[in-house]
Design a protein around this ligand. Structure first.
Ligand SMILES: C[S@@+](CC[C@H](N)C(=O)[O-])C[C@H]1O[C@@H](n2cnc3c(N)ncnc32)[C@H](O)[C@@H]1O
Length: 362
């Protein structure tokens, strides 16, 4: 891939996801703006569920995916690093059935009436334990990849069954309310987990491929990654609407998936004072008070790479500040704009136009 190619074709190449802030929808625009840049190796520093990393992989680049969340790291291993391992029929049978283990009941006991129905919580307790117990069948890197694929599939199924595809509220009632609906999500919400798991297995298995490079997945705070080794660094940090607003907090929105990644110790890490039982937060990965310094550190660290930043406008810090910071390290800073309203429709309501911006610094 390196030539002109239809928008729909690009989008459909990428795995589907309901992850907030995923760039899948605008991937053709990103592709169009980046395809002529001269680079072979790339770091996707805030990878999310890997849409842009996957685009780079398809473009034949040597990709390093990174995201600070363990649940997203699974997408990085399954889709970017992995180029041939898949789940076979026996794996799927093993994952979706009770195998005589002494199953834990953690989700059933702690998350009743919060996100899923009782029988769905039981299904989750079973399948999660089975994923961990894949260690009976495999080891080493093969186990790591099989588990990552299984977790990634599970997480996609978890997201589509949730109102807003998030875990920010105790709102199972929205699924159950007997009201007339103007949208079609109810059918997906009510689709059994088994069925969704199979659907995503089929989809994901077709997305696993080799681009002949050793691509890598990392799970680090971007501030802890050493620069200098990538031709291009792509950055898509959490959006901060304005100085008064906190950044989109992915740890909070997806705490349930992060809990699954720490299933056997989950109970010790929950904030039980909140109705939706999120994980206790003892650190902020991207906060507005240090955002300017963080950008400066990142730009400094990767000053030898082409830096490409996805940005929401209006946002904090203002784009002028970002440009100024970049000009301390780079000679050329280009801005590409696209009207786009996925981020916060309340801003749209005030009549403010929202733009997705791509800042390309060379
Ligand atoms: C806007 S999303 C990225 C979406 C991604 N480009 C995609 O298409 O799926 C921002 C991501 O940054 C991650 N993140 C937040 N703070 C981070 C940090 N300090 N280091 C690395 N990743 C971070 C979040 O977990 C979230 O997945």
């Amino acid at each position: 891939m390196g030539l002109e190619i239809s928008e729909e074709k690009i989008r459909s190449m990428l795995p589907s996801t309901r992850y907030q802030g995923s760039k899948r929808q605008i991937s053709p625009w990103i592709y169009e703006n980046l395809r002529k840049l001269d680079f072979d190796t790339v770091l996707d520093g805030f990878g999310g569920t890997g849409s842009v990393s996957y685009l780079f992989k398809r473009m034949g680049k040597k990709v390093t995916f990174n995201d600070v969340l363990l649940s997203n790291y699974q997408a990085g291993i399954a889709l970017i690093e992995n180029d041939r391992v898949n789940l076979n029929r026996n794996d799927i049978k093993y994952l979706l059935h009770e195998n005589g283990f002494d199953y834990h009941t953690f989700i059933q006991e702690n998350f009743g009436e919060i996100y899923y129905l009782d029988e769905e919580n039981k299904w989750l307790d079973t399948v999660i334990h089975n994923i961990y117990m894949l260690s009976e069948k495999y080891d080493g890197n093969l186990l790591r990849k099989k588990q990552a694929i299984a977790f990634h599939i599970l997480f996609q199924a978890c997201l589509v069954k949730r109102p807003y595809n998030l875990f920010h509220r105790k709102n199972l009632y929205m699924r159950l309310a007997d009201v007339k609906r103007s949208f079609g999500n109810k059918k997906t919400w009510d689709t059994p987990f088994d069925k969704l798991f199979i659907k995503f297995t089929n989809e994901i298995s077709n997305k696993i491929f080799s681009n002949k490079h050793r691509n890598v997945a990392k799970c680090k705070n971007i501030l802890e990654i050493n620069g200098g080794r990538y031709d291009l660094v792509y950055l898509d940090p959490p959006y901060i609407r304005s100085k008064q607003h906190t950044p989109v907090d992915y740890y909070d929105l997806y705490h349930f998936l992060e809990g699954i990644m720490d299933y056997y110790c989950w109970g010790e890490k929950i904030n039980y004072t909140k109705k939706n039982k999120p994980l206790i937060k003892n650190k902020q990965f991207w906060d507005k008070d240090s955002v300017v310094t963080n950008f400066d550190n990142i730009f400094n660290n990767f000053q030898d790479s082409i830096i490409v930043l996805s940005y929401g406008v209006p946002g904090y810090p203002p784009i002028e500040t970002i440009k100024e910071l970049l000009y301390s390290y780079k000679n050329k800073v280009k801005i590409k704009k696209k009207a786009y309203t996925y981020k916060l429709n309340h801003s749209g309501k005030n009549g403010n136009k929202l733009y997705e911006v791509l800042i390309i610094a060379q």
